[in-house]
Ligand binder design. Sequence first.
Ligand SMILES: [Zn+2]
Length: 240
Amino acid sequence: MTIHCCSNIAFIPNDIWEAITIKVATDSIRSLCSLRMTCKAAHDAGEADIVHRSVSIPPPHATPWWWCLKPEAKRFFDRCMAAGNPELLFREALRELFIRRNENIGIQMLNSATSTGHAAAKYALSMMLMLRTDDNVEKQKGLELYRELDAAGLVAGSNARCFSILTISWPSEVQMPRIEEQHTVCAAPRCSPRGHMPLLYDYRRRAAERNSVHAFGRAAHIPCIQCRADYDLQAFVNLP
Ligand SMILES: [Zn+2]
C-alpha cells in the first residue's frame, strides 16, 4: 500500500496511528515492517516503546536463521527487550534461570512477563516458586498461580511452550533444577495419591516412548490440585 501525500490518511492523529500500529504489531513483525514502510506517520508511530512491547515474537522454529546476523534485527529485538516485551522477557528469563543460573534475575523477569498476562511465564514462575523449600509463602504463591493456570486450562499448553523454547533455542546448554522429596507440594496426610506423582510421571514417559495411549492425560484424573502440581513439577524439571 502506498499512501499519497494528499490522502486524508496523512491527517490521522498520532495517537490513532499508534493504536493502529500496536494492533498490526500484535499480528507479526513482518506486518509491522510493511505498515511502517507505508508513510512517515506510520514509521514514526512504530518507534513507540509500546509498539516494541506489543509486537508478536515468532516461535523459535519460525524465526528466520539469518535474523541473528543482521545488526538492524538485533537492534530491534534489543529495543523490544528494553521496552519489556513479555515473550522476550519470558525467553530471557529461561536463559537466566537454566543456563546462566541467575535465579533472582530470572524470577524478576518472569514476574514482569506474568504481570502482562503471559501464561507460559506464569507457569514457569509457579514452578520455580513451588520448588522453593526455604520460603513457604513463596511456595504457596507458586501453588496459587498454578491453581489459576489449571482453572483456565493453560497448564499443558504452557508446559509445551517452555519445552519448545528450551529444546529448540539451547538444546545442550540447559540445566534444570533437581527435584527431591522435600519439594513435594501436597502436604495433606490423608491424600492417597500423595508422593506417587514421580511414579505416575515415569509411567507416562515410558508410555510415550512406546507411543502408547497411556502417555496422555498427565495427572488430570487426580482430584488433589497439590498432587497435580507435584506431577507438573516432575514434568517441568524433566523438560529438555
Ligand atoms: Zn494430594
